[in-house]
Design a protein around this ligand. Structure first.
Ligand code: SF4
Length: 367
């Protein structure tokens, strides 16, 4: 659907903002709402117009992802969508909480957008025994569906699509590709692992990292520099939980698996040369998690860079910082290789980041 395409018949349509929980749960939502007999209308991909719209409605020090979320709701309303799914995800496990803004999303929208529409606003709060099944039943009931067989079968199809999506991402299939395959009931082939000389893990919320406008296409930019990128999606839930425990930390924040969990997993397995933390300016939970990781990274002498973003972040300055970090990782790796008596050749091409790696007998040769 295009930016302002209008909806003809609203009766069996639910609007989903392409923001916040979309980046974790859309495969589930897709199977679930289809199972309930609803079609989904997504807001347009994040562009500057959406950010500017969202920014108009909230105070300026609100974090960028919330401004983006509000902009997506406005976009759905401009399409004529009259039912919009805005869940309140309070906690995802006992005492594993979301930040107040994510918890209060329905309240934020109710207070800042004065337009008539129906908000489908179920609550998930495992700390207070409101489990995921309750969340799904509440959603269906708000849509006027009470038949338990229909709801259970919709939940099942949601999980089936979600589990396929998650397995693909753990296998290394990129986010968009895994999403498209999952909602079409297909499975993408496990990609052949490309060996690259430098590997990093990005610790970030999915809604920051996989939104191409917010992250300024950080992943493809790094890959173009010859960097292997790992993210929270590549780590199974159990591995992320175990890694947090192994670091001696306690999971407190709902998105901690994608941040501390992912970074800890790759750090403990010594599969990375550096960590990039990407977070929104003014984000309280991220500042705590990033601090915690910085402590562990410095103990392991692992370089870490923290990038903060807001709606004014310029792409040129952002890219310069990323390039400088990658250059530093390459210099560090080169020294390590030279010390270990392995041959290392500088690329004859002008970009020393444009590197391919070749395994030559026992020697590692970087050309
Ligand atoms: S966790 Fe941080 S970035 Fe996400 S909504 Fe809360 S304050 Fe904003």
């Amino acid at each position: 659907m295009k930016f302002q395409d209008k909806i003809d018949d609203n009766s069996k349509i639910i609007g989903i903002p392409r923001a916040i929980s979309y980046y974790y749960n859309y495969p589930f939502y897709y199977g679930y709402f289809k199972g309930l007999g609803f079609d989904i209308v997504l807001s347009y991909k994040t562009i500057s117009k959406i950010i500017n719209e969202g920014s108009k409605y909230v105070v300026s020090d609100t974090c960028l992802p919330i401004k983006v979320f509000v902009g997506h709701v406005v976009n759905l309303l401009s399409k004529g969508c009259d039912k919009i799914f805005i869940p309140s995800v309070q906690s995802t496990a006992y005492k594993v909480n979301n930040c107040t803004k994510v918890r209060g999303l329905p309240e934020i929208i109710r207070n800042v957008i004065d337009k008539p529409f129906t908000m489908i606003e179920p609550t998930l709060d495992k700390t207070n025994n409101i489990c995921f099944k309750d969340f799904c039943y509440d959603t269906a009931n708000q849509l006027g569906i009470f038949d338990e067989k229909i709801i259970d079968s919709a939940i099942e199809s949601g999980w089936s699509i979600y589990n396929n999506f998650k397995q693909m991402t753990v296998d290394g299939v990129p986010f968009e590709e895994a999403l498209n395959h999952a909602i079409n009931n297909k499975t993408a082939r496990k990609p052949i692992e490309i060996v690259r000389p430098i590997s990093v893990v990005i610790m970030a919320h999915g809604y920051n990292l996989f939104d191409e406008r917010i992250s300024m296409r950080l992943i493809p930019k790094l890959e173009k520099m010859g960097v292997k990128v790992y993210t929270g999606l590549n780590v199974s839930k159990q591995d992320a939980v175990n890694s947090i425990q192994e670091l001696g930390e306690i999971q407190y924040w709902a998105n901690e698996l994608d941040l501390t969990g992912a970074a800890a997993y790759y750090m403990l397995n010594e599969r990375i040369d550096g960590i990039i933390a990407l977070s929104a300016f003014g984000c309280g939970p991220d500042s705590l998690m990033v601090n915690e990781l910085e402590y562990h990274a410095s103990e392991k002498k692992l370089p870490m860079m923290h990038l903060t973003i807001d709606e004014h972040t310029g792409e040129a300055g952002f890219l310069t910082r990323v390039e400088a970090f990658v250059d530093m990782l390459i210099r560090k790796k080169r020294k390590k290789i030279e010390k270990s008596n392995i041959k290392f050749f500088q690329s004859p091409q002008k970009e020393n980041t444009n590197i391919a790696i070749k395994q030559k007998e026992q020697n590692l040769t970087i050309v």
